[in-house]
Design a protein around this ligand. Sequence first.
Ligand SMILES: Nc1nc2c(ncn2[C@@H]2O[C@H](COP(=O)(O)OP(=O)(O)OP(=O)(O)O)[C@@H](O)[C@H]2O)c(=O)[nH]1
Ligand SMILES: [Mg+2]
Length: 304
Amino acid sequence: MFGKLQKGFSRFIKKIKIKELSEKDLKPIVDDLINLMIENEIGHESAEIIGKELIAQLISIEHTRFKTAKPLVREALRNSIAKILEVDESRQVNLFEMIEEAKSEGRPFIICILGINGTGKTTTIAKLTKLFQNKNYSVVLAAGDTYRSGSIQQLGKHADNLGVRMIAHDYGGDPAAVAIDAIDHAEAKNIDIVLIDTAGRMQNNINLIRELEKIIRLSEPDLRIFIGDSLAGNDVIRQVKQFDKDVGIDGIIMTKVDADVKGGAVITVTHAANRPVLYVGNGQGYDHLVEFDPNLIVNQVIPN
Ligand SMILES: Nc1nc2c(ncn2[C@@H]2O[C@H](COP(=O)(O)OP(=O)(O)OP(=O)(O)O)[C@@H](O)[C@H]2O)c(=O)[nH]1
Ligand SMILES: [Mg+2]
């Protein structure tokens, strides 16, 4: 991951000399860098912001006397990337604090998983189940994808593997009713967390979006988590904005970063959506879910 970005950033760091630290001289070099970022799926807007921030930081060190610009340029670049990975304070999500709060109120914590087709929603539900079990929370799954054939069996297999209950109706049934049944089950059995699977839907499929609205209206999830496929590149920006507009999202999980050689989508999505990335999926196994850490990303893209 980040192979090309990493190389490009490191070229940039080598290219800049102290005498070039004026805006005029920097501009073409930074423009090249912006293009490199866009080629690697960082959104236009994010790339421009990183470029602007970079210039601002670099020209502010114009008059200081240093033997080599390298550490300063590297630091400026790291700061600029770090900034784009930040989310507004009011949007931050502390998952386990929220779960504990629900628990102290004696109610299950409800998570609705949504996104377009094939991004990894169902797989991520299994991974989250494992994560929650590792922290000693009990989980029930709601088979809210009553649309795609095989979807209920797919989730049921994960439920069996992980030893959790899945609540399901028939294909073609009302997914909102499935979600409500799962919540009732959690309440009756004192289960901590309900994970609701939903059918993959394109952000422009009105019928399926209406169905999702209904699931959310009736189940009142504590968290609506959008699953973005990092291989979709910055098309994820369009998806996430549309889903947020239609049904609202609180957080993001980016999947398949293990197969993504560009990496830009993961860098750009926080800023584009102004929603935090909570985890990233880095493989098909149940343990292939890692907490999203902006510092780790910065260290990977621009090694010290
Ligand atoms: N390499 C890799 N593959 C993943 C990851 N997450 C999911 N997948 C794979 O992506 C494919 C689709 O995953 P699903 O979980 O079925 O996706 P979905 O969003 O539920 O799909 P629909 O229900 O059809 O919309 C599967 O083959 C998964 O194994 C990941 O982090 N890395
Ligand atoms: Mg699915």
